[in-house]
Design a protein around this ligand. Structure first.
Ligand code: HEM
Length: 452
């Protein structure tokens, strides 16, 4: 009789002790989705890789993700390597902070997303989208990713700071993009220190963004009556806090910077994928257009119309399943040994969870490559296990802007579709996935707005 020894680590491809030049490490850095897919299909949803000193657990089983994000969340912190890079721009904002600071900040920021404010947020989205559409040229090929990025940036700038960034938009968009690019390299490239050009551009980007943020905060604070934008709401909330726990200007800066960075890039990627999915599924597109025409009868949509645009909502949800903008959640690090499923994670272990992998697991979503919005109907939603749909993460650190992002995609989608269908340019024959913090189609998407 053979006695099976209990393994101390989950299965995995390799142990690379001194592996800075290892091809697997290269793949993880340059094609993280490809790497995660490979180890998932070979070793399953709970796997282990060791790179030099780092013990990395890829955990893509919904019930274990639930434990990490809820019942055992106190045993983890967000990965310091990623957070140190983000801290340069977001300071101690919600994404980066932990413990007491996070607990104090979250309710202050949460107030912005109270449903009472959604009608106003919706108006901003509608107004900016409509204005931007005036510039669109029918039947002319354009980069849809770039356009969604600019549009989402304009909307976020208006919502957060009540400014029409048309002039500064390009400068700011480039600054955030350069920061993201450098951050990706900083987190994944062990030789980042030698990337002098990237590091210089990152410093410049941070300076530019900071300069603009402080200018806006000073102007807002000088107003006798605080504005109704998100920065104004945070200033008001801060003034109403008890004097013995003041919310400082630095804390206000950190939170608006976080909202700005976290809000626009993810939403723009989600929008790009929404259009990609719609253009790839003409039958679905037809049904969406029919719903919009019937329910809106040519009127511009408002927040109050959201419950009527049910099918559109299903389509947005399914596009975020197929292509979650946050294809990986932020990494976590165990701050103590943690029992998780059949293994014990040692102190300092890294945990990588990928909504992309979970959303494409055939044991969770039958026919995962099929675009099937009906998965999210009331009749079928029960088939999706808890913590298996994670475009916005989960637990108490779930995305604070999730409902806003959903509203933005639905309203913007409806407004565009009242005028145009978005078609692929014939040269856009295939796509490749790229993770530059968020998941995007590599090289953009060449598409055309065709009048209906
Ligand atoms: C489609 C668009 C969006 C996607 C896919 C998205 C995704 C996510 C995800 C996955 C997380 C959790 C990360 C983790 O636990 O590791 C998160 C957190 C966060 N998101 Fe979003 N997000 C979107 C839009 C927004 C918007 C519009 C805002 C604000 C204007 C925002 C602000 C935040 C903040 C502040 C956090 C940190 C929350 C905390 O830790 O307390 N996001 N987001």
């Amino acid at each position: 009789m053979t006695i099976k020894m209990k393994q101390s680590t989950p299965p995995g491809p390799l142990v690379v002790r001194y592996g800075l030049f290892d091809p697997h490490l290269y793949k993880l850095q340059h094609d993280p989705i490809g790497f995660a897919r490979e180890i998932f299909s070979e070793y399953g949803s709970y796997t282990y890789v060791r790179f030099a000193m780092n013990r990395i657990y890829f955990i893509n089983r919904p019930e274990l993700i639930r434990e990490i994000l809820t019942t055992k969340m106190k045993s983890f912190r967000r990965l310091p390597k990623q957070m140190n890079a983000l801290r340069k721009i977001e300071g101690d904002g919600l994404v980066v902070s932990e413990g007491a600071i996070w607990k104090r900040h979250r309710p202050v920021v949460q107030g912005i997303f109270h449903h009472n404010h959604f009608a106003h947020h919706g108006e901003v989205i509608t107004q900016i989208t409509q204005k931007r559409l005036e510039r669109w040229q029918p039947n002319v090929t354009f980069d849809l990713c770039e356009e969604m990025n600019q549009l989402a940036l304009l909307i976020t700038a208006k919502l957060v700071f009540d400014i029409d960034l048309e002039k500064e938009a390009e400068q700011l968009r480039v600054a955030v993009h350069q920061f993201r690019d450098a951050m990706q390299a900083e987190v994944t490239n062990p030789f980042y220190w030698f990337e002098f050009g990237k590091r210089r551009r990152q410093r410049q980007a941070i300076n530019e963004i900071n300069e603009l943020l402080w200018k806006l905060i000073r102007a807002h604070k000088a107003d006798a009556v605080p504005k109704s934008d998100m920065l104004g709401m945070i200033i008001t909330a801060a003034r109403n806090l008890p004097a013995d726990v003041p919310f400082t200007d630095d804390e206000i800066r950190d939170e608006v910077s976080t909202l700005f960075v976290a809000g626009h890039d993810t939403t723009s990627a989600a929008l790009a994928w929404f259009w990609y999915c719609l253009a790839s599924n003409p039958d679905v597109e037809k049904k969406v257009i029919q719903e919009i025409d019937e329910k809106l009868e040519g009127r511009l949509p408002t927040y109050a119309d959201l419950p009527k645009l049910k099918y559109l909502e299903l389509v947005v949800k399914e596009s975020m399943r197929m292509y979650p903008a946050a294809s990986f959640l932020f990494g976590r690090q165990a701050i103590e040994p943690v029992e998780l499923g059949e293994f014990t994670l040692p102190k300092n272990a890294w945990v990588i969870m990928s909504p992309y992998i979970v959303h494409h697991d055939p044991s969770v979503y039958p026919e995962p490559e099929k675009f099937d919005p009906e998965r999210f109907t009331a009749e079928r939603i029960g088939e999706i296990p808890p913590y298996a749909y994670l475009p916005f993460g989960g637990g108490s650190r779930v995305c604070i802007g999730n409902s806003m992002a959903m509203m933005e995609i639905i309203l913007l989608g409806a407004i565009v579709l009242q005028k145009y269908r978005i078609e692929f340019d014939p040269s856009q024959t295939s796509i490749e996935l790229e993770v530059e913090v968020v998941l995007r189609p590599k090289g953009g998407l060449k598409m055309k707005a065709v009048p209906r």
